[in-house]
Ligand binder design. Structure first.
Ligand code: NDP
Length: 331
């Protein structure tokens, strides 16, 4: 059972010295447990935060610990009646070829609804982040103008489509012409801004002349500042993430336009998808229905190479080299 463990806390961008590959015997289940052969693991920007020894919403991954991640795999040995041999399951199984689970946090996966990788994307935490971030934190209403950064990623691409389904005008910010074309041509976004080749502020003035009601922020930094400048009265900023600063070694300067929150009686609210665990059935039902009806495009980028490829695959997120949900095939 080969595993990826945290070897050294990175300063800035993780590299080869951050990880070590170890091997141990395949675990055998005791009563109530089952062994999963991991098929796909999730790669998440938040992983960068889990590598730092700082206080956060979850404890850091310890040095020598198997890297934490959500994964999908098949039960290969079971002493747990709820998860019989052959069942496909998702759960926090870690970056390894085989995992032992007692069923806590594990979910039986319905392969007839969507293939395994989608259960790490639209039907996993990214999808639920998009759903609750927009509907609950952003208090989305029909007719709103919604701006989404990181729009061609796992969370952003789903958030934008939910906003469209709920009757909003949606503008996405993403890096590069291919991603922007995907947003407007395949996902139904009303406009897309390529932040790598145009001024977000200027493009946003053109795309949303009356301003925005919701900013769903995945990236922070300069794009957040440009968005703040365009808030309408009573606008909501859902602070989902700030990937532009995750590898920074110095504290990032604050947004210079934050007084726009005051002028516009707007609010900016941080949230963690785990806060909504008890409401996941609602989000999963909505998402499943949209997928069944073909109303939401789900896209995963499946990288190969097994556990050895984990470190390099994770960094694709920070290079913007993924479209949709990034997953790594383990076996
Ligand atoms: P994505 O699939 O969106 O991948 C990350 C994307 O971020 C890249 O593809 C890249 O797209 C963009 N990016 C990278 N660096 C920069 C930069 N410097 N400036 C602007 N954009 C950049 O990842 P996820 O959908 O999984 O996560 C999106 C965000 O949501 C992250 O900030 C993550 O931490 C957050 N999140 C928060 C959760 C919560 O509970 N609050 C739960 C899950 C995710 P591009 O080519 O467009 O630059």
């Amino acid at each position: 059972n080969r595993q990826v463990r945290l070897a050294k806390r990175p300063v800035g961008r993780p590299d080869d010295s951050t990880w070590e590959i170890t091997s141990e015997p395949i675990p055998e289940p005791s009563d109530g447990e089952f062994t999963v052969k991991v098929d796909y693991v999730s790669l998440d920007p938040a992983m960068r935060g889990w590598l730092d020894d700082v206080k956060s919403y979850v404890p850091p991954v310890a040095i020598g610990e198997v890297m934490r991640t959500h994964a999908v795999g098949r039960v290969v040995a079971s002493k747990n009646a709820k998860f019989p041999e052959g069942q496909l399951v998702s759960g926090q199984f870690g970056v390894q070829e085989y995992a032992l689970s007692d069923g806590r946090g594990a979910l039986a996966v319905d392969e007839s609804l969507a293939p395994a990788p989608t259960w790490l994307g639209a039907l996993g935490f990214p999808g639920m982040t998009a759903y609750f971030g927009l509907t609950d934190v952003g208090r989305l209403e029909k007719g709103d103008t919604v701006l989404i950064s990181g729009a061609a990623g796992a969370v952003g691409s789903i958030a934008g489509q939910i906003a469209k389904l709920k009757g909003a005008t949606v503008i996405g910010v993403a890096g590069g012409p291919e991603k922007c074309a995907w947003l407007t041509e395949d996902l139904g976004f009303d406009a897309a801004i390529d932040y790598k080749s145009e001024s977000v502020g200027k493009a946003l003035r053109a795309a949303a002349p009356d301003g925005i009601d919701i900013y769903f922020d995945n990236v922070g930094g300069e794009i957040l500042d440009a968005a703040l400048a365009r808030l309408r009265k009573n606008a909501r900023v859902a602070l989902c993430g700030a990937i532009s600063g995750y590898n920074a070694t110095d504290p990032q300067p604050g947004p210079s336009r934050y007084l726009s929150l005051l002028v516009n009686r707007a609010s900016m609210t941080g949230f963690i998808v785990f806060d909504y665990l008890d409401r996941f059935p609602e989000g999963m039902e909505a998402m499943s229905e949209w997928i069944r009806a073909g109303e939401i495009v789900t896209r995963e980028q499946v990288e190969t190479g097994g556990v050895e490829a984990f470190g390099r695959t994770l960094n694709l997120l920070f290079d913007g080299a993924n479209t949709g949900k990034l997953v790594l095939k383990i076996s």
